[in-house]
Design a protein around this ligand. Sequence first.
Ligand code: LAC
Length: 308
Amino acid sequence: MLQKVAVVGAGNVGATAAQRLAEKNLARAVVLIDVLEGIPQGKALDQFQSGPIEGFDTRVIGSNGYDEAAGAEVFVVTAGIARKPGMSRDDLVKTNAGIVRSVAEQIRRVAPDSIVVVVSNPLDVMCYVAMQASGFPRERILGMAGVLDTARYRTFLAEAMDVSVEDIQAMVLGGHGDTMVPLVSYTTVSGIPVSQLLEAAKLDAIVDRARNGGAEIVGLLKTGSAYYAPSAAAVQMVEAIAHDKKRILPCAVWLQGEYGLKDVFCGVPAKLGRKGLEQVVDIRLTAEESKALHASAEAVRSTMVALG
Ligand code: LAC
């Protein structure tokens, strides 16, 4: 169990993540931070009071500053504005870069040894901003996107085949955007290649729906973006770190030559443990998948460049 996990941003993603962290007993204390007066304090107190019912002893603390988060082992950064219908994740870049930069500076001040799980969008570029502003090594800056994109893909596959989601093994790589890369060649149902169980046209439609999974929800909600699955995905990454599980999860990491990509954040299979990123798992891709991954990384790079 960790001593302290801090969640920055008490909006829907952050607050739901805090509640999930507490319910899973992943830390002695969860600190929920937001600039809005009273909001993190109120939500934290409400969550803390669910402990006797849900059976957790985690102290949930709300704060408008970072001092309460001093020494936290892990930060989950959800701060920033969310998409509205018609907006791409990249439309958020300027506003959210300013927010994430100041968050990362505060993290460096109060918890220089912490591991940061970035959730703010546009995800891959926000990881870059967080890494620059914190000065942390790549082992301690991880982006949450692949776990979410993969969960969407697995959900639709399970539904289409009428099988348990637990039996779908899959991975979605690439940037968290329209160019994300579901690895169909590695998608299996209890070890059976999915291509043997699902016809190509259906599979293509599912890949497409997973790719647009975030936008589909923005279109329905109209006032914001998804948060139940995104928070669950971020918490799964924290869980892998907290329990030193060495899980291999698709995460955005700063690539240093793996997959032929360098100096860019992009989603790849990453081994997560108590040290954060413990290994980038460099697997063989089909020519088509490799091409798609490179195109996706280039899309991230062009947003990085646009930011300056
Ligand atoms: C989504 C947002 C969180 O994919 O990026 O729903």
